[in-house]
Design a protein. Structure first.
Length: 319
């Protein structure tokens, strides 16, 4: 008889040999009163990550289920996400990227117990420590208050209050049943919040390594990373608003205005107005396989750039 699995832990990795052991050990170290499985997807690593995963799989055959791609599937990642989710056996799903790790052995139990007792909640998250590998700084990702997050906080601050390594949700959720959608952090959070409430614990239970080799944050340093994150949110706000029939229109509009202001400030720090639109298009083209709505984002950001420039011109004329 197949044993009942309480949680499926999902670790996705690619060329992370320096970090993958920490991610796997953090999952295996969990102390629970339920059984859990660790699903590892290796996206055709070439740096030795695969060999490390296979060694753990050999040592923990009853807990680790590993999938190895022969060719890198990143351009078609929705295909392997659907495959992995269809194979997961847990009641809940917990996430951790291959270059991050969990630092509290009671993490899964805490989140499991909360969602078991609170069916109206669809997502449980927690605080995370950030380690910046470039500057060697360490600081907290989120706020130091355990609380239920409001809709506005989820939309505006989902990328700054809690990290994806803290995501814990039901495998039977609408979001998962529909293939995990694009399985990107912002979209996942929005859809899960659309299903129910969100609980945040201030306990620091995971570590996020910022600027690891080959990561988005390493390739798009500083303001670039922030701008890309902001523009990604704008794309999904538009998509999410249409698919939910305007249910979140007020929250999304407030968030959009705030994001456009932030993008404008970040861009003006580095570039003159003449080159702004060109830079935006270039960044979006870098991620064309991942994101849709390029024209929408360019138009939105271009609009605020023009408005700001016109306002500055009026001020100069009146001086």
């Amino acid at each position: 008889m197949e044993k009942s699995i309480g949680v499926s832990v999902l670790i996705i990795t690619y060329n992370q040999k320096e970090y993958i052991s920490d991610a796997i050990k953090g999952a295996l170290s969990q102390k629970t009163n339920f059984d859990f499985e660790v699903i590892i997807h290796d996206d055709a690593s070439t740096d030795g990550t695969t060999e490390i995963v296979k060694q753990f799989e050999k040592e923990y055959p009853d807990q680790i289920v590993a999938y190895y791609e022969e060719i890198n599937m990143f351009p078609q990642w929705h295909l392997y996400i659907e495959k992995i989710l269809s194979k997961a056996r847990g009641k809940y799903l917990a996430l951790c990227d291959g270059d991050d790790y969990w630092c509290d052995s009671n993490k899964l139990q805490l989140q499991y117990d909360f969602l078991e007792k609170n069916q109206e909640f669809s997502l449980c998250v927690h605080n995370t420590k950030i380690i910046n590998l470039l500057t060697k700084e360490e600081y907290l990702f989120g706020i130091e208050e355990t609380k239920e997050l409001s809709r506005n906080e989820v939309v505006l601050k989902a990328g700054s209050i809690f990290h994806s390594s803290s995501h814990f949700f039901r495998l039977e959720s609408w979001y998962v049943k529909h293939g995990g959608r694009d399985f990107l952090d912002m979209e996942r959070v929005l859809w899960l919040c659309n299903e129910g409430r969100v609980m945040y614990f201030s306990d620091v239970m995971s570590v996020y390594r910022l600027n690891t080799k080959g990561s988005w944050t390493e390739s798009l340093k500083g303001d670039y990373s922030l701008i890309l994150d902001f523009m990604t949110r704008l794309i999904y706000f538009e998509k999410f608003d249409k698919e939910t029939g305007g249910r979140w229109k007020k929250e999304l509009k407030d968030a959009e205005n705030w994001i456009l202001e932030c993008v404008y400030v970040l861009l003006r720090k580095k570039y003159c107005a003449f080159t702004l639109k060109r830079k935006i298009v270039r960044w979006l083209e870098m991620t064309i396989d991942l994101f849709c709505g390029k024209k929408y984002v360019t138009k939105k950001v271009g609009k605020i750039i023009n408005e700001k420039n016109n306002k500055e011109s009026d001020i100069k004329r009146n001086v």
